[in-house]
Design a protein around this ligand. Structure first.
Ligand code: CAA
Length: 261
């Protein structure tokens, strides 16, 4: 994407070695998300080179994301792309398709080609929480707060966040978090397994580098194949999973023998 296209999408993008960093870049509105941003995320994720092994997602201006741009709920801005007011007038199938398009980048963060890491400061609300949940790992500053605000606005969380939330904290806690739309502070998020690490805000950048270094330190093929195995494990029986492990190891054996010459 060109710099102008990135700006229009409210995004920044940089690749350093094996680490791609995508920054939501609308700090004036707390990195609120809109359809152009989601389309931009799709283009970035589609265009990632083979060298990329870790995708870091973060927000500009010291916060992660305040979720959906609330302007999209404003009847006075019904002409804007993604306006919920305009979308609501369409046929059911069209609405479902449209949301499917919006969900794409969230689903793409599960791609086994890379490990995705959300770096969360201050607010991860609604679509922001769902974006963080769509990443494989979450590292948070002590000031981070997670909130599934949608039910408080008359909506359901529809950006691929409900499944990873249930997988992370279990059905009952997920329901409690969503139905109450309460803020989950970083310390609780850590104890629930919603985030893997919490650090003081001033140490977040260094902690991110330490994590991405560790994630890229081992064999790329082994990490990719392991991610794919772990992702599918909950859906498989033990026998199916054992078969998947054996099958994945074939490729690993071949690569190792080739490396040994
Ligand atoms: N959309 C558009 N603008 C937003 C925004 C959002 N989601 N969140 C914040 N802003 C804007 C504010 O309107 C304000 O703009 P002005 O300077 O022009 O007044 C600016 O960002 C700064 O906001 P605050 O002064 O409120 O900043 P704060 O640091 O005191 O509070 C906050 C931050 C707690 C995130 C608060 O802004 C807030 O509660 N925002 C709304 C959060 C929200 O309800 N998001 C929608 C979630 S639901 C969802 O995402 C739907 C879905 O997935 C289906």
């Amino acid at each position: 994407m060109s710099p102008d296209e990135l700006t229009a999408a409210g995004l920044q993008y940089a690749v350093e070695g094996a680490v791609a960093t995508i920054t939501l870049n609308r700090p004036d509105v707390r990195n609120a998300q809109h359809p152009a941003m989601w389309a931009g995320l799709v283009r970035i994720l589609e265009g990632l080179g083979e060298e990329v092994r870790v995708v870091v997602v973060r927000g500009a201006g010291g916060t992660f994301s305040a979720g959906l741009d609330l302007g999209l709920l404003d009847p006075g801005r019904a002409g804007e792309a993604g306006s919920l007011v305009t979308t609501a007038r369409k046929a059911d199938a069209e609405i479902i398709d449209e949301i499917g398009t919006y969900q794409l980048p969230f689903a793409m963060l599960a791609d086994p080609r890379f490990v995705s890491v959300a770096v969360v400061e201050q607010h991860a609300i609604g679509a922001g929480f769902q974006l963080a949940l769509s990443c494989d790992l979450r590292i948070a500053a002590e000031d981070a707060r997670f909130c599934m605000k949608e039910p408080a606005l008359g909506l359901v969380p529809d950006l691929a966040g409900t499944k990873p939330l249930v997988e992370a904290v279990g059905y009952a806690r997920a329901l409690e978090i969503c139905a109450t739309a309460r803020m989950v502070p970083a310390a609780e998020a850590l104890s629930l397994g919603l985030v893997q690490q919490v650090v003081p805000a001033g140490e977040l950048d260094q902690a991110t580098v330490t994590l991405t270094d560790a994630l890229t330190a081992n064999f790329a093929g082994a990490v990719r194949a392991t991610k794919a195995l772990l992702q599918e494990a909950p859906r498989r029986t033990l026998d199916e999973q054992r078969l998947a492990e054996r099958t994945a190891q074939v490729g690993r054996f071949r690569e190792l023998v080739e490396l040994m010459g």
